[in-house]
Design a protein around this ligand. Structure first.
Ligand code: FES
Length: 99
């Protein structure tokens, strides 16, 4: 996420909706249909807390850490100490140590 921003998520929350609610810039050209790829993000941590890839994501043949934020739901939020960390070029320089 952009530096200093944390968002609390619940099971079933879609990443693009969480990002939009936090007023963090991210493309949404197709309004979440999974056909424009403008919401592409890199998952830096917490990949296992996210839903499996959709057919739309598989269509794009994304790298293993890449996801389409409009296609991804949070699925594992039982523990308070679990984190999902994301990055997009729209948010500035990539964090050091990321994939
Ligand atoms: S908003 Fe178009 S692919 Fe996610």
């Amino acid at each position: 996420m952009p530096a200093g921003i944390e968002i609390r998520a619940q099971h079933g929350d879609v990443l693009s909706a969480l990002i939009a609610q936090a007023r963090i810039p991210l493309g949404r050209a197709c309004s979440g249909q999974g056909i424009c790829r403008s919401c592409e993000i890199t998952v830096l941590a917490g990949y296992s807390l996210l839903s499996r890839r959709t057919k739309r994501e598989n269509h794009w043949r994304l790298e293993s850490s890449q996801r389409l934020a409009c296609q991804v739901a949070v699925v594992g939020t039982e523990r308070q100490d679990q984190w999902i960390d994301l990055w997009s070029p729209a948010w500035g320089e990539r964090p050091k140590g990321g994939p």
